[in-house]
Design a protein around this ligand. Structure first.
Ligand code: SF4
Length: 426
């Protein structure tokens, strides 16, 4: 199957899925409107007989209440009509898109001489297999894309993902399509030097570097909500990173000024081995939420199948610069205090803050006390700081040497060779 057929099928899959989503949303809103209309009608019925028996002094008030209930009833009835129209439109669009997709898939299978799965699940099966095949052809994918965004936290996985994308893009003469994007989540939440490092990593290849920033940073968001985010409600990632990146998609598509739908490949340095929830993800997916008629956004995880050791090996082999936080054996360059980090990692982060003279532990503990919500269900940040103080008293301040992260994962010789290569590259 050629590339344009693949992309055409993916677009049909997107349109079909989007029409079905709209249809389901319209159904839900119609159900809600019907329920509320019934409630409003019941209030009307209850009030009318009471008007006949009510005392004079209460009469005006009862009339007003009845008028409100009737207005509410009319508004809900209008909503039911609108939702019904939306549902009918979405249902027709979804039927049409599914039929087109079915025809295209049947034709493609006929040409390839392969059998087709049943109607149920056919779209998902087609989506998964088309994208898996495309993920195995990184250079073709890059050549087909109109723009390639690499979301960089400046962390170890991001820098390897960037290096891989750059090597593939160079090989097919498409380096000018690559843009590095860094989401700034607030100076008081990030380790010092993160933004500069992300910029240097992009500049190493001469790439355009864009910083996106929400109007409220991580701590501002917590203050506003009075709650810390958690693994189930990762508002920090969605509002501070994903939503900001989505605005950039619009800007990039405007800059491209194409007459046809743009293909944007959005790369993230996430790996299956990081967590059970990440293992469930796939290497290449359609970003249904951010795609529309003007842009098809594919989310790509170029380091999805790498282990942590392989990541460090690529960093060492290619002399990629990494943040010194890793040398203190903190495994992720995330927020200083990440809601997903373990107790031990948070303790280490507190001790590193003390060495660097950062006020972050106190800021967070004060905020935790003020909002009355524990940083994590299992423990508070105050407890983390207490444990850090106990370890500090027993062991003294945290110490580390440049290259310790590589020493830890790959041994002394590799670390020495890496540092030598890094010095030569500087
Ligand atoms: S690093 Fe952790 S705390 Fe920071 S935005 Fe990501 S998930 Fe949220």
């Amino acid at each position: 199957m050629d590339l344009s057929t693949r992309l055409h099928l993916l677009e049909l899959i997107r349109v079909s899925a989007s029409a079905e989503r709209t249809c389901r949303a319209a159904e839900r809103s119609a159900r809600r409107a019907t329920t509320r209309r019934k409630e409003a009608a019941a209030v009307c019925r209850k009030l009318r007989p009471a008007l006949r028996t009510t005392r004079n002094s209460d009469f005006e008030e009862a009339l007003r209440t009845l008028a409100d209930a009737e207005r509410e009833h009319d508004a809900r009835a209008a909503q039911v009509d609108v939702a019904g129209t939306r549902w009918r439109r979405a249902f027709t669009a979804s039927k049409r898109a599914n039929a087109r997709l079915g025809e295209e898939l049947a034709r493609t299978h006929e040409m390839a001489g392969t059998s087709r799965s049943g109607r149920k699940g056919a779209r998902l099966t087609a989506e998964v297999s088309l994208l898996a095949e495309l993920a195995a052809m990184p250079k073709t994918l890059i050549r087909a894309a109109n723009a390639i965004l690499v979301q960089s936290s400046a962390g170890k996985d991001s820098v390897v993902a960037l290096d891989r994308v750059v090597q593939w893009a160079k090989a097919v003469g498409c380096l000018d399509k690559v843009v590095v994007v860094h989401a700034d989540i607030g100076q008081d939440a990030e380790w010092p030097g993160v933004r500069n490092l992300a910029q240097q990593q992009a500049e190493r290849y001469g790439l355009r570097f864009v910083v996106v920033k929400a109007s409220v940073g991580f701590l501002g968001m917590v203050k506003k909500r009075g709650l810390w985010p958690d693994a189930q409600n990762r508002l920090c990632t969605s509002t501070l990173k994903r939503d900001e990146a989505a605005k950039l998609f619009t800007q990039i598509v405007d800059e491209l000024g194409l007459d046809e739908q743009a293909l944007i490949v959005n790369c993230l340095g996430i790996r299956a081995a990081e967590s059970p929830s990440r293992r469930k993800k796939r290497e290449l997916t359609i970003d249904h939420r951010a795609s529309n008629g003007r842009r098809l956004i594919l989310t790509w995880h170029p380091v999805f199948h790498l282990t942590e050791t392989q990541i460090w090996q690529e960093i060492a082999d290619n002399a990629l610069d990494y943040h010194p936080v890793y040398d203190t054996l903190i495994p992720r360059l995330s927020c200083i205090f990440c809601i997903l980090a373990s107790f031990d990692v948070l303790v280490r982060a507190v001790r590193l803050c003390w060495v660097l003279g950062l006020p972050t532990p106190k800021t967070y503990v004060d905020l935790e006390e003020r909002i009355g919500h524990r940083f994590k269900n299992q423990f508070s940040l105050a407890e983390v700081v207490e444990e850090a103080a106990r370890q500090e008293a027993a062991q003294g301040p945290l110490t580390w040497r440049r290259g310790d992260a590589i020493r830890h994962h790959l041994g002394d010789d590799t670390a020495t060779a890496y540092l030598r290569r890094l010095a030569l590259a500087a």
